[in-house]
Design a protein around this ligand. Structure first.
Ligand code: ADP
Ligand code: MG
Length: 680
């Protein structure tokens, strides 16, 4: 009897196996057929010829024409990977991951083998990797280890039109190495038509244009401005779903929080509509979306159903989702803005540019005529929107980039070959900050501290906090905090029906008004004590996904500590030591309480407020240090810890003087203010 069963099993397995193989084979064949339908395909040979003839080539083609997924494969087939890898940079992590996944499928290989991706804190490549999709920031970091990029035979700076800070810096660096590496091929690819600017910058490099096919898109505006674009977007989605012919919907939101809210409301409202209407499949996509869920947006919509994709800017040009016929554009995105005078940076929801609005609209006309619903008026569009988005380099803090360039031995920053130079003021501010953090000396040269800081793929203030932890014997604790901070604001969750429970659970970690940084450390350590239990996360309203990510980041930071020869030591019981270490990096972010309960930053006297989500929001200590500012209705400090003013003078005597931290107004404090200090 046993032998029969064995036999059955054997046959069955073999059958499954060959079925599996033939399924995989036909899937692969189907993918190959799809590849041939892309606009890129017809220009394959011409493109390869142009690349052979020119060292630098600017490639322009409509989004979705196959630049990102196809060109590296063409180059591989043509033999360019024999002498090195092909790098293809993406401004966004999700794009790098998703495109690499797609290309590995098309090539029938396992992701991470021949085709891989590299994003901050996640390296999915191996010895075998020949096509490497990576964020532009990661390629920038590779210069630190390999200044001539010797392992690469081709560098494709993709999505160049996005003009991210890292892409702009890469331009200067790759242009430079192309001069002494004649064997290196350089491709600059972009979705927009003003490619002349790229061509001019790269010494009149030829432009290769891939004619796109675009169908007409009908643009609709609202008659009056919308007070609540989130609600308007939801209503419009449902109206399209109920009244319009088949075709999927793409809605642009500014970030994860908005998308999650919209998802919840949409689910609720479609449930209310019952079975009378067709199924509406809701697919969110944003940077922190877990990988398993990212693939969902690409799954074909089943017959009779409709898909609605809720996306950030990522779907504007980086990702192409087939089948979109309707676009809803509220007209906003989240943008960094930077005040070079004060050195303050914040993220804020900003109107998009006309160029962006047109890109968004174009997403509906890829496979047939489309419709775009702009949730603003035609007047707004014509009169209020800027022509183009200002390149990031002109509206951001440059400290990180300056530190990287200094580490690469590039000293004369004012004469760096920028495509669009940053404001000189912003460069000076960056130099000043790096000097204050002791990363540079008075001559602007990299110090030992600076060299160590540059090893960490983090903002200089975070890197400094880590490097300084050596002095306070708390490196082990500090990297946990840094890891938790770097996963963003997605640690705690707060379901609508259990807000009180969630808040109580959160406040448990704030016992003793330790501040947000230490609370994050407590969360991490408690999780670790349960042996990284998922159940524990559930019970404490903590996102297990974010925690796992923090653990990965932490592991990498621990590895980097070893590289810069800082010993792992924990000093968990000495909270002041930990706070001083934080202060060593974040002293420029100090603020003092005002009579009315708001705060003033110590250095530039800006009015700021404690974010309601901060553990100290009700306590209002007299002096605080914050991780970041976010501007919503007010300028809010997020991740806030109490500070002793003496520390500022002790830790950053070159930055603060005694008069900055003298507490002359203490007697006029309102009742309750500064309570945290009095309790001690
Ligand atoms: P471009 O870079 O010119 O904008 P892409 O190479 O990104 O174009 O896209 C070419 C095609 O590949 C598009 O039809 C797109 O839908 C498809 N594609 C890209 N990434 C994925 C993915 N992860 N899953 C499924 N299809 C994808
Ligand atoms: Mg692309």
């Amino acid at each position: 009897k046993a032998s029969v069963m064995d036999g059955d099993k054997f046959d069955y397995e073999e059958m499954e196996d060959s079925l599996e193989k033939s399924r995989a084979k036909s899937a692969l064949e189907a993918l190959q057929e799809e590849r041939k339908k892309l606009p890129m395909y017809r220009y394959r040979d011409e493109l390869l010829q142009a690349i052979q003839d020119h060292q630098v080539l600017v490639i322009v083609g409509e989004t979705g024409s196959g630049k990102t997924t196809q060109i590296p494969q063409y180059l591989h087939d043509a033999g360019y990977t024999k002498h090195g890898m092909i790098a293809c940079t993406q401004p966004r992590r999700v794009a790098a991951m998703s495109v690499a996944a797609r290309v590995s499928q098309e090539m029938g290989v396992k992701l991470g083998h021949e085709v891989g991706y590299s994003i901050r804190f996640e390296d999915c490549t191996s010895e075998k990797t020949i096509l490497k999709y990576m964020t532009d920031g990661m390629l920038l970091r590779e210069f630190l280890g390999e200044p001539d990029l010797a392992s690469y035979s081709v560098v494709m700076v993709d999505e160049a039109h996005e003009r991210t800070l890292s892409t702009d810096i890469l331009f200067g660096l790759v242009k430079d190495i192309a001069r002494f590496r004649p064997d290196l091929k350089l491709l600059i690819s972009s979705a927009t038509l003003d490619a002349e600017k790229f061509s001019d910058y790269f010494d009149s490099a030829p432009i290769f244009r891939i004619p796109g096919r675009r169908y007409p898109v009908e643009i609709n505006y609202t008659k009056a401005p919308e007070a609540d674009y989130l609600d308007a977007a939801i209503v419009t989605s449902l109206q399209i779903h109920v009244t319009q012919p088949p075709g999927d919907i793409l809605v642009f939101f500014t970030g994860q929080e908005e998308i999650e809210t919209a998802e919840e409301i949409l689910k609720h409202r479609t449930r209310g509509l019952g079975t009378k209407i067709a199924e509406l499949i809701i697919c969110p996509i944003y940077a922190n979306l877990p990988t398993e869920l990212q693939a969902k947006i690409f799954e074909p919509t089943p017959e009779g159903a409709r898909k609605v994709v809720l996306a950030t800017n990522i779907a504007e040009t980086s990702l192409t989702i087939d089948g979109i016929k309707y676009v809803i554009d509220p007209g906003f995105c989240k943008m960094k803005s930077y005040n070079p005078r004060t050195g303050m940076e914040s993220l804020l929801v900003t109107p998009i540019s006309k160029a962006s609005a047109n890109q968004r609209a174009g997403r509906s006309g890829r496979t047939g005529p489309g419709k775009c619903f702009r949730l603003y008026t035609a007047y707004n569009f014509h009169n209020d929107l800027e022509e183009n988005t200002v390149p990031e380099i002109q509206r951001t803090n440059l400290a990180n980039v300056v530190l990287t360039l200094k580490s690469l031995g590039i000293h004369d920053l004012l004469n760096f070959d920028f495509m669009d130079p940053p404001p000189a003021e912003a460069l000076l501010k960056a130099l000043e900050l790096l000097f204050a953090l002791s990363a540079l000396n008075k001559l602007g040269e990299l110090t030992k501290v600076g060299r160590r800081m540059a090893e960490f793929p983090l903002d200089p203030m975070l890197s400094k906090m880590i490097v300084a932890s050596e002095n306070f014997k708390c490196s082990d604790d500090i990297i946990s905090i840094a890891a938790m901070l770097s996963v963003g604001n997605s640690i705690f969750y707060r379901p609508k029906d259990k807000q009180v429970h969630a808040d109580n659970a959160r406040m448990n970690f704030h016992t003793g008004n330790v501040g947000d940084h230490i609370a994050l450390l407590k969360v991490y350590n408690s999780w670790k004590e349960t042996n990284y239990s998922t159940q524990w996360c559930y019970e404490n309203y903590i996102q297990v996904r974010s925690m796992k990510r923090a653990r990965d980041v932490r592991d990498q930071l621990a590895g980097l500590l070893e590289r810069v020869e800082i010993e792992l030591t924990s000093n968990e019981s000495d909270l002041d030591a930990i706070k001083k270490s934080i202060t060593s990096g974040f002293f420029p972010h100090s603020a003092r309480l005002q009579k009315n309960g708001s705060y003033r930053t110590v250095k530039h006297s800006q009015t700021v407020h404690i974010h309601p989500s901060a553990g100290l929001a009700q306590v209002l200590p007299r002096w605080v240090i914050y991780h970041e500012l976010v501007l919503t209705t007010k300028e809010y400090m997020r991740q806030v810890t109490e500070l002793k003013p003496d520390w500022l003078v002790e830790i950053a005597p070159h930055y603060y003087q005694l008069k900055d931290v003298e507490d002359s107004s203490s007697k006029k404090m309102p009742r309750g203010a500064g309570r945290a200090q009095e309790d001690k």
